[in-house]
Structures are given as C-alpha cells and as structure tokens.
Write a protein that binds this ligand. Sequence first.
Ligand SMILES: *Cc1c(COP(=O)(O)O)cnc(C)c1O
Length: 359
Amino acid sequence: MTLPIVRPYHPKLGMLATEFNRALQSGQVTNNGEHVQEFERALTHILGCPTLAFNNGMSALIAMLMASDVQGMEVIVPSFTFAATPHAVVLAGAKPVFADIDPDTLCLDPADVERKITPYTAAIMPVDPYGILWQRPASWEKIDYPILIDAAPSFGSEPIGLRGDAQIYSFHATKPFSTMEGGALCSSNPALLDRAAAIRNFGQGPDGDCAAVGFNGKMAEANALVGLRNLDTWHYRATARVESAMRLRKALAGITGLRVQKAPEGQSPIWTYQPVFVEPTFGKSRDEVVAGLRARGIGVRVYYRPCHELTCYGLAYEVDEFPVTERLASQVIALPVYDAMTATEIDQIAEAFRSIRCE
Ligand SMILES: *Cc1c(COP(=O)(O)O)cnc(C)c1O
C-alpha cells in the first residue's frame, strides 16, 4: 500500500454548492465578501484574538512584517524552518538573521537569539516547526522586541492562542486545516491589524489613500467557504490526528537508533508531520533510510532543510554557527500523519524501519 506524505481532507461539493452558487450569482466572489467576514469571525472566536484572513500564509507573513516596520532592519529567525520564513523577511525589506534551535523542542534557541541581537534588530520571528509551539522563555521578561510568530504549521496545536505580538497561520492544502490556499494573521495590537488590513488591499485605507505600500493578499469567497465547512468537522479531525500521531510514536518507540520527536511539556501539537531522527546507532544513513521508506511506498520528506545553506542565503555563514540545526537536519525525516491513520498504516511504517535496519 502506498502512503502519501499528506492526505488532505476537503469538504464534499454538495456542502459548498448552495452558498458558492449564491456568491457566483451575486457577483461578489472576493474583496471582503460575506463568507470571508464570517470565516474571520469564526477564527477570531477560535483563536481568542482579532484575526484577518489572507490568500495564503506567505502573504500573512509579509503583511505581519511590513505592518511592524522592519524595513531596512534585521529580523532574527531560526535556520531550521521552511524557506518561506526568511523569504518573507527579505520581501518585507529586511535582513533575516539566522539563529540555531534547541535540540529538545526544535524551536529557536533563546541563548543564540540573544547573541544575534544587534542595534539593527527590529523583531524576533520564532517558528512552530511541525506544529510544535514555540514558547516564550521565562528569561525573556526583559527582551523588548516585537515577537512575530510564524505559526504556519500549528493551527490546531494546544494551548490555542496568541503567544507574541502577532502570529500567522497557513491554511494551505498540505496543512492539517486547509482552505486549499489561505492564511490568517492574529494580533492583540489593533494598530498592527489595521495596517496589515490596508497592506492586504494594496495599502489602501478606507478613504482610498495609500499611507503605506501594500499588495493583494485578499482571500476569495470560495476559499472562505471551504474553510467554514472544514471548521464544521475540524474538532473531530484534529482529535483523531493527534491520536494518530501518538499511536505512530508508540509504534516507533524502541527501534534502536531512531529518535522519535515528542511533544514538549504542557502542549499538544497538531503534528503537521511527525519528525524522527536517524542516529548513528541505527546503522544506516538517513538518506538510505529515506530511500528504503520510499521503496516501501511510504511518502516521507527530508524537512526542514537548514535555510542558511540555501543558495540564496548560504554565502557568509561560519562553519559551526548552527551546530544543532546542522546535526538534526542531517538526521531528520518528516513522516506522514493523517487525520485518521489505520493500525495497518502505522504498522507499515514501523515495519519498514525495522526491515531497513536489518537489511
Ligand atoms: C506552510 C508554511 C509557510 C507558507 O504558508 P503558505 O500558506 O503555503 O504560503 C510558511 N512558513 C512555514 C513554517 C510553513 O510551514
């Protein structure tokens, strides 16, 4: 049996037909239509914080940064993230400064962030890798920079809610909760949200003047409708997904040389993927394991790749500047997690690791 890396859930056409037809007939298919407004109200309720919908997570990221005045300055980001994180910083006119991660949580290493602060630092942008929630370190009481969180993969992780000055989510089809393409920005700062709302609409304010430059980041009605119908069943799917990931971790426990990422204390990630690490005692290289899993029909990803090594960024970094990122990125495999994984599917993954180890 082949197991794809993601198994997206979409509502049935019949669940969308009446309302979508009405939007088509009325002619209002975008530009802050009634379904986008309803979706924003629903998100605001769920997240417990005022929320704007966007056409994708990347737009929400760029708007969050632009609305925070980072232009010409530096933003500290983890290297162990999806390329969209540093790209958004560049597109907002700032310079990404990479920091290493904590080996236990896979999130930004607070000590390395503190080392990377300069007079040009405008903001810190932590990431929620695989849905694992970045948590503000207790020692950061005195750190006085805006915290803008790339929470793209963590919609559905608990505890729910805002952990910084603003945070964004992605609702891309590969994320656990999807509007096919979509994203959101939430913040408790009304001025930041007002600016982001204008930036999302070409920078235009209510009077049509542009106080700042913007772009088109608006969500369309069709995507908001998909989001609303997906919210109807989300609670059940999220619960089943977290349960599936837990059963997968159990099945993989005890395989020598395979370290299975656990949830940090006090949180329940949504597990966009389940990361595992192939350590030297496994007896095979990570790449051999990936090839073996793929040969057995299991879709896996080598994810994340260190962003400081990407061609567009990887020019001026020192050897050993990111020891944890480099070690973990050389060992990591992102395994699929579905909303409801069968015992057979979980056994297939665990059996594949066992047989690759014995080859
Ligand atoms: C998915 C993702 C994004 C991009 O979101 P899109 O909706 O695909 O634009 C950005 N950052 C991280 C960490 C992601 O996982």
